[in-house]
Write a protein that binds this ligand. Sequence first.
Ligand code: GDP
Length: 528
Amino acid sequence: MTQSTIANEAVRRRTFAIISHPDAGKTTVTEKLLLFGGAIQLAGTVKGRKSNRHATSDWMALEKERGISVTSSVMQFPYRERIVNLLDTPGHEDFSEDTYRTLTAVDSALMVIDAAKGVEDRTIKLMEVCRLRTTPIMTFMNKLDREGRDPMDLMDEVERILKIRCAPVTWPIGMGKRFRGVFHLLDDRVHLYDAHHDGGIQQGESIDGLDNPRLDEVLGDQAQELRDEVELVREAGNAYDEAAYLAGELTPVFFGSAINNFGLRELLDRFVEQAPPPQPRETETRVVQPDETALSGFVFKIQANMDPNHRDRIAFMRVCSGAFERGMKVRHARIGKDVKIANAITFLASDREHVETAYPGDIIGLHNHGTIRIGDTFTQGEDLKFAGIPNFAPELFRRAVLKDPMRMKALQKGLVELCEEGASQLFRPLISNDLIVGAVGALQFDVVAFRLKSEYGVDCQFEPVGVSTARWVYSDDTRQLARFRDRQQENLAEDVSGALTYIAPSRVNLQLTEERWPDIEFRATREH
Ligand code: GDP
């Protein structure tokens, strides 16, 4: 593959994820975006497709039973001259660790906000994660077909709580029963909303120019209201600024109604033009440019058993440079081994297919028989390790307790393997034989118990344990660190990779310990 082919393909890629609070409309937006991409014919198929696929897999029975989406997937679709990769993130808050890590594999994000509710908890948390890599963010204010908050207030709230400037690109004309469409501030064009449509792409009438008398004809009083509001917005609001957007300091804002497929086209048009293509990525040794000819990529997620015919797991790798071709030999950098990838998976929105070629920004699925971990780097021979794929400190802890003590070996093996995947974390206290599992959400324990049983034949329960938070500890001062290890033994553990972790019985205890040991660093994330 020539460098110019790779460079051309890379600049066409737009790889992103949607961040939102549950119910804001992420699934609906996803569906409509796929519709634009021609990836699906009719709205309403994303959820249906998911449940069909899951129904065929016994591991997914748990997911079905709970009516939530444990897994996340990748959808690729073409739009105009671009190839869009949308990385879905699990909606349920119990799986936020996966969501966090998916955000390390994207080049930008789309924030979806329910216009009636404004900024909600989970959006705040996800925004913090985006900040770790200054990910550029576009915003879609959804559900304008319902009575919601004043658009100015909404933007104020985003600016105040999420600490990012808002620059409206479209502006709503009324809302709820009076919702008539949007005005595009940059194109100087009104796009009218049609409440009676068939669920397909809304063509609607477009009217050029705010002064166009046609506006008064169709909007009546609302035409002057719009002119006044736009004048105000232009005076008081932030102007669109591409550099500030790319620096993660400003978010372009769009208004619309996802369920009515309205307002999203304006967003998508802008998105494919301005959202960043694959960016250079840091490794521990150097910065990798996307147009380098040698392949490199890292694993950000491992998912169980998507294909019921295989008991193995799929490792999701984001391509960072070069091109992946079927049958290619790649170096699994952590273990220094070359492996031939005969049957990688690609994620065209219509279905999973065998990948022929993947370029920077694309995601491929590798079959994993237990050797691949989250954070692993694959290359064409160079020893690289991508930086910035963190573990997040778990917030819930339980002790694994066996029903049949004879199965201890199997339990240990199962826990180590499941925790190496990264969705939950295993801690082994220095002074006891406890197996403590940490997770970001409570449901994760059910998933681990379920998989221990179905994949390892181990019956195990999770009991409360006196740990409330964890911090990875570091220090350049090896003597201090040794002293710390010695004195604080009872609250120290090793994680699955052997990293020293302070498992605090309470937040207060953590705070006091931090104050007492100023030379020790307590980190809430650990890089793989
Ligand atoms: P998710 O949890 O973020 O994936 O949200 P969904 O896409 O499943 O949407 C949550 C609910 O909001 C569903 O009942 C949708 O039908 C509804 N919804 C989504 N978009 C809109 C919209 O533009 N207007 C209205 N009125 N409802 C919407």
